[in-house]
Design a protein around this ligand. Sequence first.
Ligand code: FAD
Ligand code: FES
Length: 262
Amino acid sequence: MITQPERREIAIYSREELCGGYFILWIWDEELSKKSFPGQFFEIRAHASLHDAWDSQHLPKLFKPISVYDNSGGRIGFFIKNVGPGTSALARLKAGDMLELIGPLGNGFPIVQGRRVMLLSGGIGYPPLWYLQKELIKHNLIFWLHGGACQEDVFPCDEMWTLDGSMGKKGMVTQGMAELIEAKKIDLIYSCGPISMLKASAQIAQQFGIEHYASLEAYMACGIGVCHGCVVPVGRVDNWDYLRVCKEGPVFNAADVLWSKI
Ligand SMILES: Cc1cc2nc3c(=O)[nH]c(=O)nc-3n(C[C@H](O)[C@H](O)[C@H](O)COP(=O)(O)OP(=O)(O)OC[C@H]3O[C@@H](n4cnc5c(N)ncnc54)[C@H](O)[C@@H]3O)c2cc1C
Ligand code: FES
């Protein structure tokens, strides 16, 4: 159920440091917690007053789309990788600092029962699937494949892949899909990660005729449906249109996305 997004200022409740530039920010808000579902995201930034204090660093006051990583009884987590100016400002935050948020945003993943599910994540596509598996695990059989560039990019799952072979199997995570689809009799796939991974997984899901929902990572300007900077082509080659990842997505039925035009 999609609810009206809200704009809030909330103090960070706690922060966890991981390796490889990853960190988790936890907030506490029972109302937002009740309104947020797996696959949805928030536009977040360090509070403007902190940016003013950091002015000498020239960090831009940008909101950034960050998925709901965990959500339970009021405690909401954001699992973030420091990759550029926006996430580097978030990386400076500690418990007690103020965060500005807009959300929850986006449509989220469909929640199912009685299915044999493959979760497929790449890099920073991991966080939304963590929350999703918590919602699915009681009523579905789940098998999770996750891939990253190196060992710092892999997190708990059933099968790990790294490009450099430093942990798990060596190669692209999509290389593991076909064998597991057959072995585990997978009948539904959820994916989140880089576009190249989503494209490859959409092809494999199509070959096997498996329902597949993909959460797309588009570069977002406004994040709230106004600028149309995040659109993706959806439809058939002879009849397609652009839809906004931040509004109609980020989760799409992969069979509807016109991957050849992305
Ligand atoms: C719906 C959604 C949910 C997201 N959830 C999370 C999350 O839970 N945790 C998290 O860490 N990140 C998440 N992201 C990605 C995050 O919002 C981006 O990495 C963000 O742009 C980083 O901002 P920045 O200012 O730090 O770096 P930027 O200056 O924006 O980017 C730094 C580098 O990363 C590249 N880059 C940034 N975003 C993308 C992208 N979407 N696709 C390809 N290349 C990109 C840029 O080209 C540049 O090279 C999500 C993105 C979307 C759309
Ligand atoms: S980011 Fe502006 S419409 Fe999606």
